[in-house]
Design a binder for this molecule. Structure first.
Ligand code: ZN
Length: 346
């Protein structure tokens, strides 16, 4: 099919006009190229080596041919499993790519000089747990740059939120709750239905109800002692604990109770009092055998304190959903950290 082409003819009568037009065009092209570079998430771009003598000599020693400038910068590798993490973990490296994009030179010996409100998981890795936009400053030798990360909050009801990993190293924001909080009048709460700590995320509350009912049918009386706790309550608890006691109390934002997915369960005559001795009871054995069927796991088991960051708590159960809990049991996991680290396809 023939299409009519419109021809635009420019008559050049004034040579000065041509020069101005060329200059304007060059300026537009320069702006188009410069703007995305300035917004580059990875901080990659042209590095003027005369400004970074240490970097220049290191690259030369590594056999990289350097002229006045070199293309390269910081790159972020996402280590998120997407299953348990709010924002995940990214590790940053300094890289000089070849013209084909493959790394010619790579170093992970970088420094995060300002984490921009995120927590640092290891010297070159960040936990992207706090939602929102973050500007992170990084340096390698005498070269430094900023990188931008945006962490989007998880959807309230998905598997993603249910298996969300919350610990000392992976905190949630001040307002984070995994979903709608409810108080069920058919659950035996130690503090009654009026108390704020009786609130739980809706699905968690249903699962707890079913588990406590099943236990009761077999003669085990279990109480829901403490569920939801907001950021400010945790802040007060943490401040009250003070000094060495802070080892057993979660810093604000890193308590699972803030998500509404965690419940402290108690039993026996002194059901207001939580202690490690609860391990030697029939109720504990029943919970350890059946909790997975209702979507719960014991979150801080004995002997795994180094991984979880918390002392053994035979009373603290965490809801992760039935599918995940059964998989957790079948994989032989003992901590949520271990479960989340397992590479998987979902
Ligand atoms: Zn607890």
């Amino acid at each position: 099919m023939k299409t009519k082409k419109k021809r635009i003819r420019i008559k050049l009568r004034d040579p000065g006009k041509l020069l101005r037009a060329v200059l304007a065009l060059v300026l537009v092209i320069a702006l188009v190229i410069a703007v995305p570079k300035a917004l580059s998430r990875t901080g990659e771009g042209k590095i003027k080596l005369s400004q970074y003598p240490l970097l220049k000599s290191t690259l030369e020693t590594a056999g990289i041919r350097t002229s006045r400038s070199v293309r390269g910068g910081f790159t972020a590798e996402n280590l998120t499993t997407q299953k348990c993490m709010l924002g995940g973990c990214v590790c940053i490296a300094f890289e000089i790519p070849s013209s084909k994009g493959e790394p010619l030179f790579i170093s992970r010996d970088i420094k995060i000089t300002d984490a921009g409100g995120l927590s640092i998981a290891s010297p070159n890795c960040l936990m992207l747990s706090s939602t929102g936009k973050h500007t992170v400053s990084v340096s390698y030798l005498d070269y430094s740059a900023t990188m931008e990360f945006e962490v989007v909050p998880p959807t309230p009801d998905g598997l993603y939120a249910k298996t969300l990993l919350i610990n000392r190293y992976s905190a949630v924001g001040e307002t984070y709750v995994a979903g709608t909080l409810v108080v069920r009048d058919d659950v035996e709460y130690a503090y009654g239905t009026e108390d704020g700590v009786s609130r739980l995320e809706k699905e968690t509350a249903q699962a707890l109800h079913d588990m406590l009912d099943a236990a009761l049918a077999e003669g085990y009386v279990l109480y829901a002692l403490s569920g939801y706790r907001d950021y400010n309550e945790q802040k007060e608890l943490y401040a009250e604990a003070g000094g060495s006691s802070q080892v057993s109390v979660a810093p604000p934002g890193s308590s699972e109770h803030q998500s509404g997915l965690a419940i402290d369960i108690s039993w026996g005559e002194s059901y207001y009092y939580l202690s490690e001795d609860m391990e030697d009871t029939a109720e504990y054995s029943w919970l350890m055998e059946h909790c997975f069927d209702y979507g719960f796991i014991l979150r801080y088991p004995k002997g795994y304190e180094r991984i979880t960051g918390y002392e053994f708590e035979p009373w603290h159960f965490r809801y992760i959903g039935v599918d995940a809990a059964l998989e957790y049991r079948d994989l032989g996991c003992r901590t949520l950290e271990e479960y989340c680290a397992e590479p998987r396809n979902q």
